[in-house]
Design a protein around this ligand. Structure first.
Ligand SMILES: [Zn+2]
Length: 137
């Protein structure tokens, strides 16, 4: 079986989906208000802000440079297939760091061997994000 592949909205590299961070877009019914959040935050954010999640996702390498590039070149708007306000790459990057840490913590506390592969995958992404800090282009 092949691992699903996705394209980074920043550098356009095609990588296994598991190696990429996933951002989602939340919308108000009238399409006016827009929020881009880490996939892990979709449920809490949509509840808190009364917005609904669109089915579309944007995948980004765990690299700060890819967030910057995607924001600069309209990679998020392209992935979400809509006109939208500029994404703040630093804020989204930080939110993703928090999302990973929170999800790892939650999975560890809920325990169970079933969550181990997921924790491993998220921990690898978190490590990659930490390694990428300081290599901002
Ligand atoms: Zn990339």
């Amino acid at each position: 079986m092949h691992a699903p592949m996705r394209t980074c909205v920043g550098c356009r590299a095609v990588r296994p989906q598991a190696e990429l961070l996933r951002a989602r877009i939340l919308l108000a019914d009238d399409g006016e208000k827009v929020l881009v959040v880490p996939d892990e935050f979709v449920r809490t954010c949509s509840k808190r802000h009364g917005l609904s999640a669109s089915g579309r996702s944007a995948y980004v390498c765990p690299a700060r440079a890819c967030y910057e590039r995607a924001a600069r070149r309209g990679g998020f708007a392209r992935a979400f297939a809509r006109k939208m306000p500029a994404v703040d790459p630093a804020a989204l990057w930080n939110a993703h760091g928090e999302a990973l840490a929170g999800m790892i913590d939650l999975l560890n506390r809920s325990g169970g061997i079933a969550t181990a592969p997921r924790v491993q995958r998220l921990a690898a992404l978190a490590t990659a994000m930490r390694a990428a800090v300081g290599r901002v282009s």
